[in-house]
Ligand binder design. Sequence first.
Ligand SMILES: Cc1ncc(COP(=O)(O)O)c(C=O)c1O
Length: 356
Amino acid sequence: MIQVSIPVLGDEEKRAILEVVDSGQLAQGPRVEMFERGFAAMCGVKHAIATSSGTTALQTAILAHGIGPGDEVITTPFTFIASANAILVSGAKPVFVDIDACTYNIDPGLIEQSITPRTKAILPVHLFGYPADMESIMDIASRHGLAVIEDACQAHGASIGKQKVGSFGTGCFSFYPTKNMTTAEGGIVTTDDDEVADRARLVRNHGQRQRYYHESIGFNFRMTEIQAAIGIVQLAKLERFTSVRRQNAGYLSERLRGVITPTESPGYYHVYHQYTVRVSEHRDLLADRLREFGIATGIYYPVPVHKQVAYQKLGYQDHLPVAEEAAQQVLSLPVHPMLSQADLGKIVEGVNDRWS
Ligand SMILES: Cc1ncc(COP(=O)(O)O)c(C=O)c1O
């Protein structure tokens, strides 16, 4: 079976893990700092604060911006639920704005009508590795005095022009095993803002600068040395991983028929965390047939966040037609760097033949 995504780890990662075991220092230490410096440099920002997951990176960023009860944060309903849950657990309210039908990212043209006096931030998601329209989002945010927290959990190294995602506002990344680079579990917050960085470090580590002196309420959201050791090796491979993903995506986009392939506007650099096509009819049938043919696919996401039972119980009644339709039609095909030429050929054959 051709898997839809797999972690790519080798001997260098194994050696890096063993070095940590031998060093005796397992919790946050010098490797975490080194990983943070490397990741900040990759994004082109001053600070990176490593965390235990992408979810805790989002929670850290939201709390570091002082967002809490009574506040609203505008976000997309077409995402992994953690983007919205991180807002909820801070005590603030996620306000969902529909998406653009081509990019699957938040539609900037619909944001302003959802801004209220309680709005504190916009939280776009760079879904599938494709940057949200940050020029429009940053313009709206600056006109309304709002913070921008980018959920870049799927978009390591993606950019618009020369600017990397995670450097427009405060960035949040995930290093879950299937992401474009991994630390097993892990996350990171990126920012140019000294104060946000300082508060993020406090949130991550129980509000303490000095051990057992707590100046604010925080959590244990720390990354371990083992995670960071893997991350240092993976970060060095990221560019190569991304370029193979992009080649694979190019191969598929040139050849696939009967489905709508991903868009990439001029200046936008897609890192293809997922290669997601739109299938206007019989999406589930195509997925079943591909599975029979030996090709695994993924549906990200079958239910938009506002339609999830957990959010219905909270009283969300939004009708967001573009996201709701996308949820019925999207299908992610394998694009990861371990695909062989034969695998790519089989995916094309599988999709094109299933329609004939
Ligand atoms: C868009 C998005 N946001 C947030 C997360 C949460 O990251 P993690 O699984 O590392 O907590 C993920 C990853 O699954 C994601 O894809």
